[in-house]
Ligand binder design. Sequence first.
Ligand SMILES: [Zn+2]
Length: 365
Amino acid sequence: MATGYVYHELYGWHDTGTHAGLLPADPRRGLQPHRHFENAEAKRRVHELVVVSGLIDRLTRLRPRPASDEEILRVHTAAHLARLASGSDAGDGGSPFGPGGLDIARLAAGGVIAAAESVVDGEVDNAYALVRPPGHHALPDTGMGFCLLANIAIAVAAVRATRGVRRVAVVDIDVHHGNGTQAVFAADPDVLTVSVHQERVFPPDSGHRTERGEGAGFGSAVNVPLPPGTGNGGYAAAMARVVVPALERFAPDLVIVAAGYDAGATDPLARMMVTASGFRAIASSLIEAAGRLCAGRIVFAHEGGYDPVYVPFCAHAVIEALAGVTEPLPDPFSPNFDFMAGQDLQPHQEEAIAAAEALLADIPG
Ligand SMILES: [Zn+2]
């Protein structure tokens, strides 16, 4: 089994500048200058752990390339591309970037394209794109939520335009709603978007079960909002009862996973409890489903995850699952997080999952 792996040092050079978490530093408001939550550390440390552990030797390095104007404009407006070329924020006032930010964003989108093309072309069996900046909140006409370009949507459009791929399923496990990907493909019955997220975190008032796609695409957007505090048991149940059955009904030619790790037990931007073993289980269920449904064609594209200490172990576990590693790196934090009360499925989480199960019948088969 060959697993492709995308990373480039420039991803760490995307500069979100001095901030107080996600707000601009402002002493007048008591906001002492610090770092932006979305800084290079978490992803850079994922890559360094992959190297230090030796996992890198099991992976096939794929070279990212910059996404072209043509590739970007399949998803975004020319006005948005022009804003990224000349500005310092992607459009919502919360997605800053430094000089050369568009070049790095092109390389992130192009990294997901390279991973998807390599899987579709059979050069590798599956792939992990460790890209930055993230992409799943970006809308056609604006960036949002630290995202400049819609990396995954651009990759989906690319393989459909140039590789003859017809049906793509995007499974978004980032703890925030995958609103951008959903919006791009809302009216398209040939792209299934499934987002599993903490209810009503970001974007505000987004990701409700009632958002189900539009027109011919009705049923092709599936939202699984989960209550705060959901851990490994709740996520496993959501995968088994909603996400995997959704993939089975849709029967994709390719699966792309928006792999965020901010559902992790220590993340500053959400309140979930997933651990490295939980992320491994989530990934394994998706890999197994892709094996049955589309010859194993699955690409993971890195999205959020803001604890630089714990995200590396969570992403490492997912990459190990992709590569079929049988003797995984132990999670040193397992004694702290895997046995916390509430890791198993709770009754109020069960209710949310049961409600989402009702959406399966309308997925276009
Ligand atoms: Zn997120």
